[in-house]
Structure formats: C-alpha cells, structure tokens
Design a protein around this ligand. Structure first.
Ligand code: MG
Length: 385
C-alpha cells in the first residue's frame, strides 16, 4: 500500500485526490490530511478515511476539530505551519500530495524534499518563487517531484520515454496550452467592467478562487511558463503558449526531429492526479472512452499579450529572473486577494503589478531567507499600491 499525505485536502485537488483514492482503496492508504480551516470537510474526511493525523493550519479551528472527532478514531490533531511540516516528514509517508495554494506551501515542500518523499506538486507558486532552491535541494536529497498541474503532467508524460540525460538536447520546445479563460473573447475596452463574479467563472474547471482569478488574467499561464522552466530544464525562450479553448490537448513537446507529442484527454484534473499517485504505473479510470466525433474541432490562437498584460509580465519576469519571478508572484497573490475583497478592479491587478515590478530591483536569492525577504517586500508594497 502506498501511504499518502494530502496537504490541502479540502480544496479542489485535495477532494479529487481523495475521490481517486477511494476508488483504489487496495493500493492507497490515507495516513495524513491537512487543510487551512475547513473543519466541516475535514471531519467528514476523517470519518471516511480514518487518517492517523490531521493538521489544521488555523489553531482555533484545530482545537474545534479535536473536540468534534470522536475519541475512538484515535486521530491526532495538530496545527500551524509546524503541523504541516510534521505531516510531510512522517516516516511512514511515501507520497505527499502538495495541494495547498499559494506561497504558504514553500516550507512544507522544502521539508518534504529533505525527507526524500515522492511529491505530487499541485502548487505552482513554490516553483515560481523558489525554483532554483527547490531544484538544488531536489538534487541534493534525490527527491522526486511529479507535476500535477495538467499542462506539466502532460509534458512529463510526453517525456517519459526520453532518456533523462538527453532530454535537454532532444527538446526543440515545450508548448503549453491555455484555455484563454473566461475573457478570451471579451473586447479589450470592456475589460474595465469585469466584476468579481465574472472573474470567478472558469469555462472548463472548477477550482479555488485564487487560481480562477489567475486564469482569468492569464497570470496562471504565466506562472506555468516559469513552473515548466524549473521542472524541465529547458531554455527560457523554448517555452511557448498557445490558446486552445477546447482544452483537450493539455500540452505538447516538439522534439529536435520535429516530431510533436501531445497528451490529450477530457479536461479533468482526475487524470493528472491519478497519474501522479500511480507513477510510474497507470491505474484504471472510470472515465468513458474519448469521443473524437463529439470533440471534432481543435482550434489554436496566439495569446493576446496586450489584453492579458499579466501573461506578458510573467514572461518578462522569467527573462529577468533573479528575484523578479518571486517578487511578481507574491505581489500578484496580494493583488488577487485585494480583488477578491473588492478593494481593486480586475484591470488594477495587472496595472498595479506592472508598476510594482518596475520599481523592484532584482537581486540574487541564495537561500530561503532571501526568498522570504523578497516575498515580504512584495507583500508590503502590493498592499499599499
Ligand atoms: Mg494548469
């Protein structure tokens, strides 16, 4: 049995992971779950999966959950960031699903790498903020990171038969596909009228609020370019983005011999999640055979970088590198939070981000402290700009 820990078990990736585990109870065992504060859902999950340990980031909620769980379940409840770290470093855990959104996942991811766990990485901010450090630690501790983001899972699958040492030489380019988000066909002059409700409606996926807003600004795709750069060790200029609204092709690799491999399926996160859990094997899925006749049209467009300024800013940040992607990521996270609180408009997210980035002087980041300092600077400035 593969012993599993899920961080972010109440979010959309977390609940899908549990659904897949439930369908394969003979091979997977949930040992630990963790979430920010949704103890109603955690209580339900505890009763179904009977994990040994639960971490709740919010301390008050952790205490409430302790009172609610019946004592015969013998579940240990812990809290705060230390609780998250305790979970990922438990000896018996084989696989950590890192499905907490945002920069808070950074420290637990680092500790999971040091503990040599296999990590299913569903959080992109960690690689954007700290890709160099993560890769250095990954090498040092010979840890294994399996991407869960659908685009990166697609590329990971396309590269499976390539000799790892020759990958870099063989790849001509990576092609990330993008849905284009809910505003793909909205005229540029109407972007100023976008409401919170508009931005929280994604055409194909139901996801957390932060990533849904990031999809609407196409910052999500920008973060994914940086994520791909760190995961696959390709040159910055060899990662392209193409809008593919049908979201059947999840990404592609074009090789030096001009052969292109694409990974395709129904647009559902269940497939990349299942692949990460079962890697290097594949487990049977409940999804119907793909209907090519019903899905007989695949279209592709160039992304509009004037309309989706965030995507342009993310590309620029990777070109500049050093602390710029980290700074941009945190500033964006804060601006999205402010948009979700109705403090700023949808267009303000990109405009303010552009301004903030223009004042940031990129510096080298050598360790976790440097990264946290840059995040703090970005956070402070983004709150007041
Ligand atoms: Mg994605």
């Amino acid at each position: 049995m593969k012993k599993i820990a899920i961080l972010g078990s109440t979010g959309s990736i977390g609940t899908s992971t549990l659904k897949i585990i439930k369908q394969n109870q003979k091979i997977y065992d949930v040992v630990a779950i963790a979430a920010n504060s949704n103890i109603d859902e955690l209580e339900k999950q505890a009763n179904i999966f009977k994990p040994k340990i639960i971490a709740v980031f919010n301390e008050k909620k952790a205490n409430d959950l302790k009172k609610r769980l019946s004592s015969h379940l013998k579940i240990k409840v812990i809290s705060s960031l230390d609780g998250l770290i305790e979970i990922v470093t438990l000896d018996e855990i084989d696989f950590v699903m890192m499905a907490i959104q945002g920069s808070i996942a950074l420290k637990p991811t680092i500790e999971a790498i040091k503990a040599k766990k296999v990590i299913g990485l569903a959080n992109k901010e960690v690689l954007v903020a700290a890709g160099d450090l993560i890769n250095k630690l990954k090498k040092e501790h010979r840890a294994c990171i399996i991407p869960v983001d659908s685009e990166h899972s697609a590329i990971f699958q396309c590269l499976k038969n390539e000799n790892e040492n020759e990958n870099l030489k063989n790849i001509k380019r990576l092609i990330l596909t993008a849905s284009g988000g809910p505003f793909l066909n909205v005229e540029e002059k109407k972007l100023k009228n976008i409401s919170l409700k508009d931005a929280l409606t994604h055409p194909n996926f139901s996801m957390g609020a932060k990533i849904t807003v990031d999809s609407s600004t196409m910052m999500n795709k920008g973060l994914e370019i940086i994520e791909a750069y760190h995961l696959f060790d390709v040159k910055k200029e060899d990662i392209d983005v193409i809008v593919h609204p049908e979201q059947i092709i999840h990404s592609m690799v074009e090789f030096q011999d001009s052969s292109i491999l694409a990974q395709m399926s129904e647009p559902t996160m269940d497939i990349p999640i299942s692949y990460a859990l079962s890697y290097p094997k594949r487990e049977k899925s409940m999804i119907q055979k793909f209907d090519f006749i019903k899905n007989n049209k695949f279209t592709f467009y160039e992304p509009d970088l004037n309309k989706f300024l965030c995507l342009k800013l993310a590309k620029e940040s990777l070109k500049i590198s050093k602390s710029m992607p980290c700074f941009m990521n945190m500033a964006n996270e804060v601006l999205v939070k402010r948009f979700l609180k109705n403090e700023i408009s949808w267009l303000d997210i990109s405009k303010k981000l552009e301004k903030l980035m223009s004042f940031h002087s990129p510096k080298n980041m050598l360790d976790l402290k440097d990264i946290l300092d840059v995040e703090e600077e970005a956070s402070k400035k983004a709150i007041t700009t």
